[in-house]
Write a protein that binds this ligand. Structure first.
Ligand code: PRT
Ligand code: ZN
Length: 284
């Protein structure tokens, strides 16, 4: 049977989360050692382990059918691939940073300056959009030291916690691009499209579940209406009578985003014995 070939990062920041996501989708494979290819035993999928920078080209050329990598790299490489799904991990931003002592009063500060980056395309687009003329110094790594060694006046690099900028005496000045891991695809045969649809169905079920929690709570039966008002979007909560007269157990699903606010309100309306349970998969 034909297999769909997916390229994921061989090692680096996205490797573990990519492998973890595929395993949560039920894929059985071993990604140990220096292997370049792993075959999934219970799904028509073959996994190629590559450097993230090479993935767009391989997907464009059909060496791989789909790939997982940072959107920052996808846009920078601008190959003929399409972003099929945003995956919610590997979140970071591409930002311009300047020495902490610099008096950065706005984007015009960058006029005539030298900016070091590994993302010349994204930076050029940003500068053009803001009508700023600056010289781009393209370097492939350790961008954060570029101002310290006198190569540039500013840097444009990936920021996550901000601690790399801090330890290199830099401060974040302008956001250029927000990124997260995405699934890209090239042109696919009909049968490969079918396999991709099945994989996407599982990915969506896994990712959707991460955004929600299952709540079980006990509530005086006469307070059920009040609880319903606190749990927004709950069409039809499950309500079961407790052995204790006048009390009920209520089950529902709440979104991770308003989790703590909802819990506080539930306590206020008299909910007790609140249990919060992670959801593994959500199929709607
Ligand atoms: O070997 P290969 O080429 O495959 O990997 P790589 O070294 O090019 O990439 P890698 O593994 O560093 O990153 C892969 C992808 O992870 C990136 O393309 C981003 O989409 C995403 N990502 C998420 C990050 C970060 N967070 C991140 N913090 N990529 C890089 N960083 C680096 C950044 O370059 C800087 O040096 O971490 C430092 C900043 O981190 P903070 O936390 O100190 O701000
Ligand atoms: Zn890379």
């Amino acid at each position: 049977m034909e297999k769909l070939k997916i390229a994921i990062q061989k090692s680096g920041r996205l490797h573990d989360d990519s492998v973890e996501m595929l395993k949560q989708c039920g894929m059985s494979f071993s990604a140990v050692g220096n292997k370049l290819i792993a075959s999934v035993s219970n799904f028509p999928l073959e996994i190629l382990f590559l450097r993230d920078d090479d993935i767009p080209q391989y997907v464009q050329d059909g060496v791989a059918d789909i790939g997982i990598l940072g959107e920052n790299v996808v846009v920078e490489k601008s190959k003929q691939v399409e972003i099929t799904e945003r995956l919610g991990f590997g979140k970071c931003r591409l930002s311009i940073a300047v020495p902490r002592a610099a008096e950065f009063g706005g984007i015009s500060f960058l006029e005539g300056k030298r900016i070091a980056t590994s993302y010349p395309k994204l930076l050029t687009q940003f500068l053009q959009k803001h009508k700023v003329n600056a010289t781009i110094e393209e370097i492939s790594g350790s961008v954060e030291i570029a101002t310290g060694i006198g190569l540039a006046d500013a840097v444009c690099d990936i920021v996550s916690s901000g601690s790399t900028l801090l330890t290199n005496g830099l401060k974040e000045a302008e956001l250029v691009f927000n990124s997260e891991a995405v699934l890209i695809s090239g042109s696919l045969t009909t049968s490969k499209k079918d396999i991709l649809e099945k994989l996407l169905f599982r990915i969506r079920a896994v990712n959707k579940a991460k955004k929600f929690k299952y709540v079980l709570l006990n509530i005086p039966t006469n307070k059920i209406e009040a609880v319903k008002n606190v749990l927004p979007g709950m069409k039809s909560p499950t309500i079961l009578p407790l052995a204790l007269e006048g009390w009920s157990s209520l089950h529902s699903v709440i979104s991770e985003d308003d989790f703590w606010t909802v819990i506080d309100k539930l306590k206020d309306v008299g909910a007790e014995g609140i249990l919060i349970v992670p959801i593994e998969k959500m199929v709607l």
